[in-house]
Design a protein around this ligand. Structure first.
Ligand SMILES: [Zn+2]
Length: 348
């Protein structure tokens, strides 16, 4: 008796499965419009997303640690109609809107200029208007970053001055990793994220370079190039910390993890290195290779407490993938900023 029930059930499931797999989403995104508007003396960017069939089930999520400026809207049971997938917006409010269709739902990611927090955007809906041939719409109003600046992202760095040195650059590629990934590019990307987080949080940041360039000049000697970086720190009034950002490399691809170097020229150098190492481990979660002394030029010759961080190994396959990944870059940047905040708190 149990045998035929199982058989019937199997047939039923086999009939059901293809039907579910082929099911079309209940609705489609049919339009997307954006326009800068003014109401009650406030200007904002209005984005209207039209759907073929109301009522739409949707969620709106903003912020988060990884992508604080991304507003993510998910439409359940929705596919894409004939609408551009990638739209450039007015950058005073948002950089772009990108639609992605995934397993029966559609996600819209809006890269806002201000943090994607509730104070900086407003969501409403509009019923379909047959006379004007308008579909049901989700309306998102986005305010600009200056009128609605979000709260500081990192506590404890406001008012501090930090010199950031993205390792290598220009004619000096630094280490070359798996698939030709260049150290100089990763150090700059992470340094820029650190710079953004720190300045958003009220700190002052001076960069030794903010582009793919040599600091002294093309094909300088190591000493000239490194001294030029040290000089940026020495010339920055009120600077408290010199921080050089690098990626590690080793002949054996198995080598992996995060480490931080210092030169014990003051009582604060090691404390700085340890705070940065702890912050990076908290966020990057790679192997702890520890805090180490080294006679690196920038560490010895900077009069400021200085540290040189090695984020991860560009020569290790797994870590090279992480180094190239935006989320990992942001996590490491956050870890560095938290390390700085903890260092400032401990040395006050
Ligand atoms: Zn390096």
């Amino acid at each position: 008796m149990k045998g035929w029930r199982l058989f019937t059930l199997t047939i039923f499931c086999l009939l059901l499965l293809p039907a579910t797999a082929l099911a079309q989403p209940a609705q489609r995104v049919v339009s997307f419009h954006s326009q800068v508007m003014e109401e009650n003396g406030q200007t904002f960017l209005r984005c209207e997303i039209g759907l073929s069939q109301p009522p739409a089930e949707y969620t709106v999520k903003g912020g988060g640690v990884l992508r604080p400026k991304r507003l993510l809207i998910e439409f359940a049971d929705t596919g894409m109609g004939d609408v551009p997938r990638d739209v450039t917006l007015d950058e005073a409010y948002a950089r772009q809107a990108v639609f992605r269709e995934e397993e029966g739902l559609t996600r819209l990611a809006i890269a806002m200029t201000a943090p994607a927090e509730e104070a900086n955007y407003r969501v409403s809906t509009r019923e379909a208007d047959k006379k004007q041939k308008l579909p049901w719409r989700l309306v998102i109003d986005i305010y600009d970053a200056e009128e609605h600046s979000g709260p500081a992202l990192i506590d404890g760095v406001k008012g501090h001055t930090i010199v950031l040195d993205p390792g290598h650059g220009g004619t000096d590629t630094g280490a070359i990793g798996v698939d030709g990934l260049q150290e100089k590019d990763i150090t700059l990307l992470v340094a820029k994220r650190v710079q953004q987080l720190l300045t958003d949080s009220g700190a002052r940041v001076v960069m030794t370079r903010d582009d793919d360039q040599d600091v002294y000049g093309p094909s300088a000697t190591d000493a000239q190039e490194l001294q030029a970086r040290v000089d940026v720190g020495e010339a920055t009034g009120g600077a408290e910390v010199f921080l050089s950002i690098h990626c590690n490399a080793f002949a054996k691809p198995a080598a992996h993890g995060t480490e931080t170097y210092y030169y014990p020229k003051s009582e604060n150098d090691k404390a700085l290195a340890q705070a940065l190492q702890d912050g990076m481990l908290d966020h990057g979660r790679l192997r702890d290779r520890g805090v180490k002394q080294a006679r690196f030029y920038v560490l010895r010759n900077s009069s400021l407490p200085a540290a040189l961080v090695e984020l991860a190994f560009i020569t290790n396959y797994e870590e090279k993938k992480l180094l190239a990944d935006e989320d990992f870059q942001q996590e490491m940047a956050l870890g560095i900023c938290e390390g700085l905040a903890n260092y400032f708190a401990a040395t006050r």
